[in-house]
Ligand binder design. Structure first.
Ligand code: PLP
Length: 536
């Protein structure tokens, strides 16, 4: 085993103490590393050790060689991309999973691995208020995938095969060779769809599935959400060209702005095109469905064929834990099942067990449900709800702060799932006093999801883009906070989202101060004068 039992105990106690120290000290570490590319090669020998080493020597090298090259995703100053949660109960789940290592592709390879996964995903479906069709007691069920991207490839392959199977049935093709030839012809005409705000994993999945991909253009004026009208136009356009749309990603919480596609109008269109597989990508924002006030969104997804959310983003579970739910597990199994003699066994043949190898691309799989089980039991539903509410409040506070400086900043899209997307004005403006409380969106509630058009002219847009980019670049270089920039429509914008377990109000206030002082510095430089004072 590489160590004695006693040696393992000592090493594990020491490693856990180090990990605990790491988390306690995390806020004081710079969030971003300052190493240059290739730094690690200079610190490590070019040849592997011939003789084995003591654990103490190996452990010492963690701080010396690895830590300098770590971007601290768990730091409360990490406000980039989306969070990737890590918590102690989930770490313990990972530890047990490693201890029991069991690539349980078939039920008999470790019945507990399969059965716990079914149980915790049924729990999760209830916690998120998902429609019952996604639970294992009917024709559907959940399966843990490595990532949201992997989930999309998996369901896209199932979608492709479902489309082809149905078409061959309609055409009455039964001969094996003829069916294969016709399938190849049809594959050449298949088109996967997503909005231009869908995560790039949909396009990548279409490349892997060997089909076309088309992104449907969305607009700022409706919050970058895909609508049924836009979808219908695209489907009809493709069909006129003799192409077959067979798959669509709709998104609950897009990566750029956390937009939510217009599920109700898309559901209406979907009724007319039942051969299109609709997948709901809720990778990050799906976690918010733990709150009753967000569960109307879960109801609205009752028309989709599959739904995926990452517990490893916002729901306290270490990477990887992407939870995919399908309406009809048969669709996955039909596309992905192969049963060579060495994988057959009496339990599989009995049809009474789940073999998750048929619900995924790889054969082997990890015991990932343990960490989900530990997390759900440790927090309970109430704890999960408090966790999400805490971050939503931080997101609202940040947006209020940004609005209170409407002379410098513009909120591109209103705060959504704790994410605020902002730009810096080309020139300092008069603060907008509307009679509303400072920092609060002055518009009626029902209009607050609509973004405000930010720029009067093309020139103003270019100037604002250039200033926003300069502000972002300076903050990034100074590495105190890690934010993400993106180009949305034609607008260069800064995304701020603080949603990891160590997030706190004081860091929200601090990042806001940094944004204000950096914007002041850049605006003053452009005006040809020094910044009067670091915090304007
Ligand atoms: N979908 C959305 C909406 C995302 O924001 C992301 C990543 O941030 C992904 C999919 C990809 O997630 P994963 O890394 O689990 O593949």
């Amino acid at each position: 085993m590489g160590m004695t039992g006693q040696g393992f105990q000592e090493a594990a106690v020491s490693a856990i103490a180090e990990i605990e120290r790491y988390y306690s000290d995390l806020p004081s570490r710079p969030v971003l590393p300052s190493v240059s590319p290739g730094y690690l090669q200079k610190l490590l020998p070019t040849k592997p050790p011939v003789d084995g080493e003591e654990w103490q020597a190996i452990e010492k090298d963690m701080e010396r060689t690895i830590m300098p090259g770590i971007t601290h995703w768990q730091s409360p100053k990490f406000m980039a991309f989306f969070a990737a949660s890590s918590t102690y109960p989930a770490i313990l789940g990972e530890m047990w999973s490693a201890a029991l290592t069991a690539p349980a592709f078939n039920w008999i390879c470790s019945p507990a691995v399969t059965e716990l996964e079914t149980v915790v995903l049924d729990w999760l479906a209830q916690i998120l208020g998902l429609p019952e069709v996604f639970m294992s007691k009917g024709e559907g069920g959940g399966v843990i995938q490595g990532s949201a991207s992997e989930a999309i490839v998996t369901v896209m392959v199932a979608a492709r095969e479902r489309f082809i199977r149905r078409q061959l049935e309609r055409e009455g093709v039964t001969d094996m060779e003829e069916a294969e030839d016709r399938s190849c012809e049809l594959r050449g005409k298949l088109v996967a769809l997503g909005s231009d705000q869908a995560h790039s994993s949909t396009k990548k999945a279409a490349n892997i599935a060997g089909t076309r991909y088309r992104g449907i253009v969305t607009q700022l004026s409706n919050g970058f959400a895909l609508t049924g009208k836009q979808l219908r136009m695209k489907i009809e356009e493709l069909q006129t060209k003799g192409l077959h749309p067979y798959y669509l990603t709709v998104t609950l919480g897009t990566t750029n702005t956390c937009a939510v596609d217009d599920f109700e109008s898309i559901a209406e269109v979907a009724k007319d095109f039942p051969d299109i597989w609709i997948h709901c990508d809720a990778a990050y924002a799906g976690a918010a469905l733990v709150l009753p006030e967000y569960q109307h969104l879960a109801d609205q997804t009752s028309f989709v064929d599959s739904f995926d959310m990452n517990m490893h983003k916002w729901l306290l579970t270490n990477f990887d834990a992407s939870c995919l739910f399908v309406r009809k597990r048969r669709d996955l199994i039909d596309a992905l099942s192969i049963a060579p003699a060495y994988l057959r066994n009496q339990y599989t043949e009995s049809g009474l067990v789940t073999d998750y190898r048929d619900w995924q691309i790889p054969l082997g799989r990890r015991f990932r449900s343990l960490k989900i089980w530990f997390v759900i039991r440790t927090w309970g539903v109430k704890g999960l709800q408090e966790h999400i509410r805490h971050h939503l409040k931080l997101g609202d506070l940040f947006a209020e702060l940004v609005r209170s400086r409407s002379d410098i900043f513009h909120i591109l899209t209103p705060p959504s799932f704790a994410l605020t997307v902002l730009t810096v004005h080309a020139h300092r403006k008069q603060p907008q006093h509307s009679g509303a409380i400072e920092g609060v969106d002055p518009r009626p509630f029902e209009q607050q999801h609509i973004p405000i058009e930010p720029h009067a002219s093309e020139q103003e847009l270019q100037e604002a883009n250039s200033i926003t980019k300069e502000v972002y670049t300076l903050i990034d270089q100074r590495a105190e906070f890690f934010l993400t920039a993106s180009v949305i429509g034609e607008v260069y914008a800064i995304r701020v989202v603080s949603a990891n377990p160590l997030a706190e109000e004081k860091y929200i206030r601090k990042v806001f101060d940094v944004l204000v002082s950096t914007a002041g510095e850049v605006l003053a430089k452009r005006d040809g004068r020094e910044a009067p004072n670091p915090v304007l």
